[in-house]
Structures are given as structure tokens and as C-alpha cells.
Design a protein around this ligand. Structure first.
Ligand code: HGY
Ligand code: MN
Ligand code: MN
Ligand code: MN
Length: 401
């Protein structure tokens, strides 16, 4: 399985992945998903938002146990973020079939579309639409850097975009959703565990800072005459690091666009995207308020106009304790490990989006590098196998309850 998936969308030089939603690479990944599903005799379907489902048993029966993750990536992403959860889901099903498990409930494996938001700028589009957390018109207006809209991209990929929107009936048929994901940190590496359970997802958001100055000649314009938005932007990046460090949070300006983007032209517009996250809402508010205040001061100092737009936000997700504790009992009962570690994460996930509609849980697999959203992301084979066995144990336990 892994061998067929691994080369899709992989950059030969960096080894990183570019599997943007509805791109050629994503279409290939989706074809891979369908082949894995149909090759196992599972009932394959695509929902109104382009999420892919592979069913064992009758979806209409309700109380389904669902597992899965996403196959898309950030630019130059790692091999495991998303795909490990989908591959492990199929492998866990194979394991359960090998055990001769009788499934007391419908089981499904899902690939949620566009989890990373790398193409249209909003994360978890597939799960947000289904959970009713993204308005249909807002979704239809999403456009990529080439001005291609989400509906156009779906259509070009051969998917019907006309029915995108909330899918409450489908979610109502799910009794539990469990997402296995590579850990995007080193907590398990430090604790010496192969698998952990998620406790919570930090609140996090994305803000766009538009610094408007005055385009002019880089060689002939005196410094005193300049209204250079790049300066205000640069000082704001440093302020973001300062505010985050003071608050024990994180803040990143990872994306920037400059107009006219000429080496010998003072920019007219510098657009920077801030990603900030903190363990609780109050801290996140403090950090972002501090960054915004500093940005406005820097803009004023350079005669630059500043607009700040909050493009997306995900409140804190506390995974439901009942399901989380049941999964811990299953894992601790099924193996000789004393206590399965329970850990929070700053990374967003489809499970976080679904947690508002469906009992959800997450399993993490050790990543000794702690690195993610980078080709350096890694999980050792024996840890991946441990993740599959843990997921199989959890699915077996949940389909029998
Ligand atoms: O941004 C995130 O946390 C997730 O990887 N989409
Ligand atoms: Mn990710
Ligand atoms: Mn992910
Ligand atoms: Mn000239």
C-alpha cells in the first residue's frame, strides 16, 4: 500500500510532497484510495464535499465506527502527515479481518479532502463543509493563487461541486471517529512510547496582514521619502516572535506576497499571513492583540496603511473524555504498556472539526524527529506497525461495544 502511495506528488530533489487539493497529485491519491477500498470489497463512495468513504457493512444502520485522515499536503510536506492515518486504517482493517473479527457495527475509512488548506488558504475544507462549519458561498468563493475557484478545481478534477454543503445525515450515522496521525512533536519520543492519545487541540487561527505603502524606485527614492511596507512587515514578524515567546504560545508568518515584487521597486503592498496558536483562548487572544497593536504602531511609523483580516479560526478542541478513556482502557488492556500517554497538540485535524458533531478521538504515532510539514517528518516502521495494531485494537473494541 505504502509503496504505491509514497511516490505520488513527491518532489525528486527535496523529497517533499505537493499534494494540493484537487491537483493531479491529489487525483492520483484519490484513485489510490478507491483502489484500496474496492480491492478490499468495501463499498466506495464520494460525499457531496468530495470526501472519500470506504464502507464495510450498511452505512444506513448507523452508529458506525469510522477511521481515516487526509491525503493532501502542505507545500513540500512530509510523507506521514495524513497518509499515515489513511494507510493505517486500511492496514488495521486487514489486521481485523486476519483476526476473524465479526463487526458488530458498520465500519468506514475516510479520506477528508483539503485538510491542509495549502491551495485555497483554509484548512479542513472537506470536514468543515460536512460539519456545517464552512458556509457554502464562502466555500464557493475560495480561490487559489491562479484565481481558480474551489468549484472549478473540483469540476476539473471530475468531482461535482454543485451540492457542497453540510452533511448532517451522514455525520449522524457515525458513532465514533478515530483519527490516527503521526505526532507533530517529540512528546512520545521523550516519553519512550510508540503510541499516544490526544487530549486536546490548541485553539488556532490564520490572520492576513495587508501593509500598503507607496511603490517607488529602489535606486532614486531617498530613504526619508519612502513609505515602505516591507519595513512594517519585517518589524511585525519580530513582534510576533516576541509576543509568542512572552506568552508561551506560537506565532508564525510563513507566507508572504509582495506587489509589484520587483528587486528594484519599493513595494506598494506586502501581504503576510500569521498562524498563531496557544494552549488556551485567553493566551491566544493576548498574543494576537499584542501583534496587531505592534503592527499598527509600525505601520504608522512608516506612513503605511494596515488592514488585518482573520481568515480562519478553530477554537480549542477537548476530545470527549468518555471515548478517550475507553480507548485508553482498550490499549492498556490489549498490550503490556502500563499507561498510554495522553498529549495535547498545536496541530489542527479533521478530528478536531468533527468533534463538534461526532464523538472523536485521535491516536498519535511516535515521530522521533518531532518535525512535520517538512520532508524531514519521519516515523519508524516498527512504530507505524504499533500504530496499526493499536488502531485495530481500538476499532475492534469500538465495533463490539
Ligand atoms: O495547520 C495544521 O495544524 C494542520 O496541519 N492543517
Ligand atoms: Mn498538517
Ligand atoms: Mn494532518
Ligand atoms: Mn528604471
Amino acid at each position: 500500500m505504502w509503496r504505491e502511495l509514497k511516490p505520488i506528488g513527491r518532489h525528486p530533489d527535496s523529497g517533499g510532497y505537493r499534494r494540493f487539493a484537487w491537483s493531479e497529485a491529489d487525483i492520483e491519491c484519490r484513485a489510490w484510495f478507491r483502489a484500496q477500498a474496492e480491492g478490499r470489497g468495501l463499498a466506495y463512495e464520494v460525499d457531496r464535499n468530495g470526501n472519500q468513504w470506504a464502507w464495510l457493512g450498511d452505512p444506513e444502520a448507523g452508529d458506525a465506527v469510522v477511521t481515516g485522515s487526509h491525503l493532501d499536503s502542505v507545500p513540500d510536506g512530509g510523507a506521514f502527515d495524513g497518509p499515515l492515518g489513511v494507510v493505517s486504517s486500511f492496514a488495521a482493517l486487514d489486521e481485523l479481518r486476519g483476526r476473524g473479527v465479526e463487526f458488530g457495527k458498520p465500519l468506514a475509512i475516510v479520506n477528508f479532502g483539503d485538510e491542509e488548506g495549502a491551495r485555497f488558504g483554509l484548512a479542513c475544507v472537506g470536514s468543515r463543509l460536512s460539519a456545517g462549519q464552512l458556509g457554502i458561498e464562502q466555500a464557493r468563493r475560495l480561490t487559489d493563487a491562479d484565481g481558480i475557484s474551489l468549484p472549478q478545481a473540483m469540476e476539473r478534477a471530475g468531482y461535482d461541486p454543485t451540492a457542497i454543503g453540510p452533511d448532517p445525515e451522514r455525520l449522524a450515522r457515525i458513532g465514533a471517529f478515530v483519527e490516527l496521525h503521526v505526532e507533530q512533536g517529540r512528546a512520545l519520543d521523550l516519553s519512550g512510547d510508540q503510541v499516544g492519545i490526544a487530549s486536546a487541540i490548541w485553539p488556532h487561527g490564520r490572520w492576513r496582514f495587508d501593509f500598503r505603502g507607496e511603490a517607488n524606485h529602489a535606486g532614486t527614492t531617498r530613504l526619508v521619502d519612502r513609505r515602505d511596507p516591507m519595513l512594517s512587515y519585517a518589524e511585525t514578524v519580530l513582534a510576533a516572535r516576541r509576543e509568542a515567546r512572552l506568552a508561551g504560545a506560537v506565532a508564525t508568518f510563513g507566507k508572504i506576497s509582495v506587489e509589484p515584487n520587483g528587486v528594484n521597486a519599493i513595494p506598494s503592498l506586502v501581504r503576510g499571513w500569521l498562524d498563531s496558536r496557544a494552549a488556551d483562548q485567553a493566551t491566544l487572544d493576548t498574543v494576537v492583540t499584542g501583534i496587531e497593536k505592534a503592527a499598527r504602531e509600525y505601520a504608522d511609523a512608516h506612513g503605511v496603511e494596515l488592514d488585518i483580516v482573520r481568515e480562519s479560526f478553530t477554537p480549542v478542541v477537548e476530545f470527549e473524555h468518555a471515548l478517550r478513556d475507553e480507548i485508553a482502557r482498550i490499549l492498556e488492556g490489549a498490550s503490556d504498556c502500563l499507561k498510554v500517554p495522553v498529549l495535547g497538540t498545536g496541530a489542527g485535524h479533521d478530528a478536531g472539526i468533527l468533534s463538534g458533531s461526532v464523538p472523536t478521538a485521535m491516536l498519535f504515532v511516535r515521530n522521533p524527529t518531532g518535525v512535520s510539514h517538512s520532508p524531514a517528518e519521519y516515523a519508524a516502521e516498527d512504530d507505524c506497525v504499533a500504530g496499526v495494531i493499536a488502531l485495530a485494537d481500538v476499532l475492534e473494541g469500538l465495533t463490539r461495544r
